[in-house]
Design a protein around this ligand. Structure first.
Ligand code: FPP
Length: 242
């Protein structure tokens, strides 16, 4: 049976650019509005007692965007880390940056690191901030580390299965997402959680991320509650058929 509420929700926050273009505004305004939307959704997930929320905030491919947009996104991460730190800590939200954080410009890197430190003891919602994250580089890094462990004689190649590989991914030891929501109407993973998405339910919302609010999250949760998750097996009630 599928539990009514997902333990782990992951969101591909798409549509910031189109939201801004529709208003004749530069894209950065869309990202700023997106940061406000993120704050509302964190609040709502916490209120609903969701255990984990991952948001895809900057992909390894996003570096190819115009430099002023990349700079604006980095500045926004630094600002978000500073301005939301106290509220998130008081709320008991534990923030964990996930991705190649070392490669970020100093302001964003330091901001995210200090946000993580400040909220480390949070016992409520765990927020995984995927920044400079890519599913393929996550897998490549895990393969590299496993190869090193094999060379050192710590792991035998025949021991490597899906469970072991999962332990070398950046999301470890957090659980795989149960529900992946993509806003902005597209149906793509865009190099997000390639391995971890194996049995996630997928929901695409036509709403642009800056407009995505608790009512749209509720629609995604309602759809999730109606899904029957099988993890490759048969339904528990066989009357449902194959
Ligand atoms: C995709 O929209 C969105 C991003 C590349 C960035 C997401 C970032 C935020 C929501 C900012 C807040 C994040 C933090 C951690 C402060 P798009 O620009 O590709 O939209 P489009 O497809 O309409 O052009």
């Amino acid at each position: 049976m599928t539990p009514t509420l997902p333990d782990h929700i992951a969101i591909i926050m798409d549509g910031n650019g189109r939201w801004a273009s529709d208003r004749g505004l530069p894209k950065v305004h869309g990202h700023r509005a997106g940061a406000r939307s993120l704050r509302r959704i964190i609040e709502e997930c916490d209120r609903l007692d969701v255990s984990y929320l991952t948001v895809f905030a900057f992909s390894t491919e996003n570096w190819s965007r115009p430099p002023d947009e990349v700079d604006a996104l980095m500045a926004l991460m630094a600002e978000f880390s500073r301005s939301e730190a106290d509220d998130l800590r008081n709320q008991g939200v534990r923030v964990i940056p996930m991705g190649s954080i070392d490669e970020l410009p100093a302001m964003a890197r330091m901001g995210l690191r200090s946000l993580a430190e400040l909220t480390a003891s949070g016992e409520g919602l765990t927020l995984l901030l995927a920044v400079n994250y890519g599913g393929r580089s996550d897998l490549a890094r895990a393969a590299r580390r496993l190869a090193e462990e094999c060379l050192k004689g710590h792991v035998r190649p025949e021991e490597i299965d899906g469970r072991v590989l999962g332990e070398y991914l950046l999301s470890y030891p957090h659980p795989d997402p149960d529900l992946i929501i993509r806003t902005g109407g597209e149906w793509r993973l865009s190099n997000f959680y390639l391995f971890q998405a194996a049995y996630a339910e997928f929901f695409s919302s036509p709403v642009y991320w800056p407009d995505f609010g608790p009512e749209h999250l509720a629609a995604a949760l309602q759809a999730y509650a109606g899904r029957q998750r099988r993890f490759g097996g048969r339904p528990t009630d066989d009357s449902e058929g194959g």
